[in-house]
Design a protein around this ligand. Sequence first.
Ligand code: HEM
Length: 378
Amino acid sequence: GSVVPFFGAHQAGITTPAQDRLHFAAFRMLSGTTRDDLVALLQEWTTAAASLTSGRSIGTGSEPDNALLPPDDTGEAEGLHAAHLTLTFGVGRALFDPRDGIDDPYGIRARLPQAFEPLPSFAFDLLEPDQSDGDLCVQACADDPQVAVHAIRNLARIAAGSAHLVWSQLGFGRTSSTTRAQDTPRNLFGFKDGTANVMSEEREALDEFVWAGSEAPAWMNGGSYLVARKIQMTIETWDRASLGEQERIIGRTKLAGGPLSGGDEFAAADFTAADAVDTASPAIDMASHLRLAHPTNNAGVRLLRRGYNYVDGSNTLGQLGAGLFFISYQRDPAAFVRVQRSLKSDLLNEYIRHIGSGLWAVPRGVRRGEYLAQALFE
Ligand code: HEM
């Protein structure tokens, strides 16, 4: 009962009910690698991913006949089952660019989708190159952290000789729901996160906002674009802000998560409503996160958010290295750009910093007998 099918029209791990844990990894193709190396890697990853996501060990397993060789599978997920593991793979924009003096090293330039433009830089960006970008990405989500880590570890092992892991991120708590059957979780500011997300039940919205369609080349028709943003949260400062101030910044109440214009968590925000005390002011602040991120402020755009809380230890000032590993899926990266630009005046900006970033094209799902992104090479 804990298996999410790997094969299908779309890759798993997007509309799949958001699991509890994340291990996200970015890889770089080694210099001098060729189209054949890339295809071989994607083929091996496909085989491994099909095994891993069904809770089986890789290849001949962790205890093969020949004790003189290292086992195919590293073994730490033995007995843990699939734990709803999903592995979602993406292709970076840099793979289409010249490298090492070769104009089109992987022979895929002709398949570059028009929409696949690198992200621009945004106000307040403080991006660190060692946690940004990558030729390939793998989003491993599972209900057991060891299962997610085991998957990334073994995919990295398989990649040896053609690609290496350049950075990775662990996430310990989901910050969104992707189905109405899930309770809304909370981010590290203590607010419910994911209330107004695009849900897997919203078939039409998925086609409109999440899945690339016939405008995209065949390998991306049914795919999506993954944006990852590592967002540091200065939680110690946040914790000194009054409750009223915190709620004003988000535009929602803290405990119930309803919009400040009134109503329960799922009530529609009324941006025209006046504040009950100061009737000259709007109930939902002009610079609140809710107002600025809302579709009415973004030409109707919606994103499917699928991020995770993270804490990377602490610093010498006794502050936690806490934040949100933001992930969103959209049919066109321009949708993310639109919303992120709107957030320039967000009151939240005083408490957050974007320190990592990446954009990947997530090919349509893999059919049985195919390998990942096969249509990119046809
Ligand atoms: C909504 C928190 C960054 C886009 C929300 C909500 C919270 C929240 C509490 C309200 C509940 C909900 O509907 O999910 C945060 C925090 C962030 C962050 C703490 C940074 C650490 C971002 C970024 C984007 C974004 C970078 C996209 C560029 C949205 C959208 C909504 C939303 C589209 C839904 C608005 C609506 O339709 O009502 N966020 N967010 N958020 N956020 Fe964020």
